[in-house]
Design a protein around this ligand. Sequence first.
Ligand code: DQQ
Length: 646
Amino acid sequence: MDSNNTSYTPLPGEDPSAGVPPPTHRRPFKVFAVTFSSVIFLLSLVTLIIHQGPGAPPNTVPEQPHHDHRHQQPAASTSPEPRSFSVPRGKLEGVSAKSNPYFSEEASYNWTNAMFSWQRTAFHFQPEDNWMNDPNGPLFYKGWYHLFYQYNPDSAVWGNITWGHAVSRDMIHWLYLPLAMVPDRWFDANGVWTGSATILPNGEIMILYTGSTNDSVQVQNLAYPANLSDPLLLDWIKYEGNPVLTPPSGIGSTDFRDPTTAWIGPDGKWRITIGSKINTTGISMVYTTTDFINYELHDGLLHEVPGTGMWECVDFYPVSINGTKGLETSVNNDGVKHILKASLDDTKLDHYAIGTYFIENETWVPDDPTIDVGIGLRYDYGRYYASKTFYDQNKERRILWGWINETDTETDDLEKGWSSLQTIPRTVLFDSKTGTNLLQWPVEEIEDLRLNSNEFTEVLVEAGTTVPLDIGTATQLDIFVDFEIELLDTEESVNGSSGCGDGAADRSTFGPFGILALADETLSELTPVYFRVTNSTDGDVTTYFCTDESRSSKAPEVFKHVYGGEVPVLDGETYSARVLVDHSIVESYAQGGRTVISSRVYPTEAIYGAARLFLFNNATGVNVKATLKIWQLNSAFIHPFPLDQV
Ligand code: DQQ
């Protein structure tokens, strides 16, 4: 990127002479925001709140031009047809990386440094620069949360994979440490790939990770801390006898990766599971060990699902059926269910299912085979992959990490100099009210970032209108919103299409209604997060929670999707959402975390002080009343660890 780029037109409220704010040190533009928002709010009252009769309310989210066709949810690209593709990096090596093809020869949008800089997040974990993918071996040790991650120290694209390392006291503010492991042995010469940590009862820590060997065979390796008295766990020793596991007979040499955290049975043996495939059936194998060096492969599989392809980053853990605390990985009794998660290499989606673990024959059986692993529930219906949980013994909770890839092009990533982030760590609990899904929720520590807040009570959003929310700048937010719906006197009663429709502009009787995040004042860019309620003639009501990226950016090369999934709304519940806005990520939780969507968006105008927040209601048959509490969020402190001062 040319740092002297002159094509950039300063945004309202942005002082071009002030330069670009440093990526990890943003503060809300408070003074500007108050003035700007007040003016815009008054203008908006005149121009934007449109009242019409219930018969023909206007469409508050303009439709896309006809050529920009979108498919039904969950995910459909709205980008122009790509003209030149290359094989995504990593695929040839039997592993996933950036899944979108990139435009090798096409000019990208005329991005400015200020636009690129704005895209960097303020409170999501990102390395200082370059490429990151899967979270690895998360653990809590001697007062520090440790996060390792798949990291290319040389470039903003996948390759030369090492283990990056950072520590935190609260999983929000992070300190980068030196690389934990690099590909320096024959058994990981082509990459130190994904793995998990197990803390043994005697305090030892075992890390099992996949190495891609000098011959690109996937093997499992053991590593352990050089010095257990070091709370930072700076140095790691790779076991001299590595690899401890090679692909068993019948398993492809590039289809054997990502060992889980181990759990121990009453027989004193540890178990791990590793994902693979046989033809197109996704599988998970179980190994037992007593010393993490010698292993026995169990006859039969923990589980398999035909047609789901290679299972990457399998995760397996118990959840309490009625409790409110997370469980250590080895807990197994009548009060628990077990979650099996696989990251599907073919679709790049993370699927989980709820079921029962039978340790006597090392099998797991789903509660409902129609929503088995890979064909039913997802952790996140947006851009999300390669997740991993760990048990946080510090606060007795299970924490879920997930990798959020970019949806721009590799070309843009190389210009920016970085790619990917991790979600806000989420607590995971079984939803005892529905009994059919997990609840994910941002860790409570994020609340320490809260600054000032605004509250709005029962704001009427009539069918076909938008309502601006006067909150100042809207790039770092923690939004809580509750919607109540009020039926209009209309002939319409049945909503024909299901799912998220064709995006937020696709009107139906009972939706969509929601918020417009990262919108500019003229609504030329916006990211709707919304509910869409559908019913049928026989009275079944289904609610979908969705995000529509199709108008999120004017940059044509950015991939844009309509994302979403079904969300249970129980009798007496309002339609509730929590939305974290952090520059280029909009992370949305419906009904207390039953359905979650992470969206990456790259606005060109709705940035810095021009980013605003609206309510919208594009239903034809209901008015909605919205009650909100919205906090501005501070930036997290994410910097190198001052090791020279220790
Ligand atoms: N990423 C790692 C693999 C894993 C994949 C390589 C999932 O171990 O299967 O970077 O994103």
